[in-house]
Write a protein that binds this ligand. Structure first.
Ligand code: NDP
Length: 310
């Protein structure tokens, strides 16, 4: 049994920032890094909107900077995945990889969110054989090929632009007649001659022998001018949003219908005293690295106050 004052779960901007603040407050935090070191941000290409990097920054560099900053003040890192928690007791129990048990006065959850899939059968059939939810991870395999990106938000636009730099052609499959992304991202997509946006299209199924070779789409489903269309593609990239990684905590914490942890107003306090939530696992709205970092700072400040009150 390991006894700690402050245990942080997650290694994205929220977790690392919480660790910087908690270690500077002498809470000697232990941070469990989880399955994706550096968090979701590391699946992007370049971070252009985090203050302090006027020329942009590679996501891995930025996350490593944050990690080293936390390490400098004494954060201890544990690589592994949390498999069980018990928040009904005090101190709280957190078990890593089913064997290492921690008791913590305060727990900060910063487990982020994961990519959503459409839920069509063929998406599962071809996963890893042409279907991906991470252009930065897998785009390289589609150099000079034709791919499709599903979604009309900032992520989809960013991925389409990134893939256009590698591929022969990129289709964007957008279910609405407009893009939801920020103006600057929309302009980049619409001005890129390699990207063709297919508005009001939905994917019916993927086709191909052993790997993705095409997609059957439907245009304006249910409308009088409904039409089917087939596109030849080698890769199919999902960029339709995320769901929060909160399954382990639902037994103890109040969550909304989508699974986001409900916090008290704009504080990081959950319904369990001593358990705090920061970053995308509690934020269905902003989902920005800088916002996650800010909420990580708040969570550490609240954890410090809580521990001092014990
Ligand atoms: P969003 O929720 O903003 O967009 C999801 C997109 O996927 C929408 O176009 C949505 O369509 C579409 N979609 C959802 N479900 C389906 C489905 N079943 N079939 C087809 N299309 C579907 O998610 P993002 O991941 O793009 O962005 C999340 C947040 O992160 C946003 O706030 C965004 O601004 C931010 N972000 C910021 C970046 C930056 O600033 N550089 C980069 C990346 C993300 P519809 O519009 O019809 O709902």
């Amino acid at each position: 049994m390991n006894k700690v004052k402050c245990l942080i779960i997650g290694s994205g901007p929220a977790g690392y920032t919480a660790a910087i603040y908690a270690s500077r407050a002498n809470l000697s935090p232990v941070l469990i890094e989880g399955p994706q070191l550096g968090g979701q941000l590391t699946t992007t290409t370049e971070v252009e909107n985090f203050p302090g990097y006027p020329d942009g920054v590679e996501p891995f560099t930025m996350m490593d900077d944050m990690r080293r900053q936390a390490e400098r003040f004494g954060t201890q890192f544990v690589s592994g995945i949390v498999t069980k928690v018990d928040f009904s007791v005090s101190p709280k129990k957190v078990i890593v990889e089913d064997e290492i048990e921690y008791e913590a006065d305060a727990v900060i959850i910063a487990t982020g969110a994961s990519a959503k899939y459409l839920g069509i059968e063929s998406e599962r059939t071809y996963r890893g054989r042409g279907v991906s939810a991470c252009a930065t991870c897998d785009g390289f395999f589609y150099r000079k090929k034709t791919v499709a990106v599903v979604g009309g938000g900032d992520t989809a636009c960013e991925e389409a632009n990134y893939l256009a730099g590698l591929c022969e052609k990129v289709y964007m499959i957008v279910r609405k007649p407009y893009l939801r992304a920020s103006e600057i991202m929309q302009q980049r997509v619409l001005n890129n001659p390699k990207i063709e946006v297919l508005f009001e299209h939905n994917t019916v199924q993927l086709t191909g022998e052993n790997k993705v070779q095409g997609a059957d789409l439907v245009y304006r489903k249910g409308e009088p001018d409904e039409a089917m269309r087939h596109i030849d593609i080698d890769g199919f990239f999902l960029a339709i949003g995320h769901h929060p990684n909160t399954g382990l905590f639902k037994e103890y914490l109040n969550c909304d219908a989508e699974g986001y942890i409900i916090v008290d107003g704009d504080s990081p306090r959950t319904n369990v005293p001593g358990v705090f939530a920061a970053g995308d696992c509690a934020d269905p709205h902003y989902r920005q690295a800088v916002v996650a970092a800010g909420s990580g700072a708040k969570a550490a400040i609240e954890a410090d106050k809580y521990i001092k009150s014990l």
